[in-house]
Design a protein. Structure first.
Length: 216
């Protein structure tokens, strides 16, 4: 599996993911992509989290420098106006906290970047990395072995075409036979399967626009 490491992986991120500091960045990303692509976050398929509070025991990614600067700008604005962003008055406790954060701000405390392959596996509610990456195996996600690979059997294509009534599930355009494209709702790169429930009809334009995003 070829993985191109586009930028350095901060040592603090390596530690959170369970890697030794001397492991090469490219190797970290190769292993992480293998771990995160053989399974998918349960919330993508099940629409709920089976891990519950256990999510909070999983690693929490640190703020990037850009995120810290944005928060700092927000804190300064609140102190200047005396109000939070939602229009509520700034209380004394938060005023004190904002002043301390501004006075103690050190750019070296924050990572510059975090690869998207890592941030995509964060919990959308709590922000922690999904436990599925650390505790699950691809074959344990369902009672039947997941159908993997880009190949979609003909019988599944026919069922999906009938189910979706030859209509693009994104723009709702009715499609002719030569316009039909089969899209993985949860991309293969993010652990999606080629089973019927994860396939939908799209037109050429909508399929290309989506790329590897998860849209539920």
């Amino acid at each position: 599996m070829l993985v191109v490491c586009r930028f350095l992986v901060d040592p603090r991120i390596k530690k959170l993911l369970g890697f030794e500091q001397d492991v090469a960045d490219k190797e970290v990303m190769t292993q992480w992509k293998e771990l995160s692509s053989r399974v998918c976050k349960p919330c993508w398929e099940l629409k709920y989290c089976p891990y519950g509070p256990f999510v909070e025991e999983s690693p929490l990614l640190p703020l990037t420098l850009e995120q810290a600067k944005q928060h700092l700008a927000y804190a300064k604005k609140c102190l200047k106006t005396g109000f939070f962003g939602d229009g509520k008055p700034l209380d004394e406790k938060r005023r004190k906290m904002f002043k301390e954060e501004i006075a103690e701000f050190n750019p070296e405390d924050y990572v510059k970047e975090i690869p998207e392959e890592i941030t995509s596996m964060q919990c959308t509610i709590f922000g922690h990395l999904c436990p599925v990456v650390f505790v699950a195996e691809g074959f344990t996600e369902t009672s039947e072995q997941r159908r993997s690979g880009r190949y979609i059997p003909f019988k599944i294509k026919m069922r999906v075409a009938r189910r979706d009534n030859y209509t693009c599930q994104v723009c709702r355009k009715h499609l002719n036979d030569d316009e039909v494209e089969f899209d993985h709702v949860i991309p293969l790169s993010k652990g999606g399967s080629s089973e019927e429930h994860n396939i939908q009809l799209t037109c050429y334009g909508c399929n290309r626009d989506k790329l590897d995003k998860v849209e539920l």
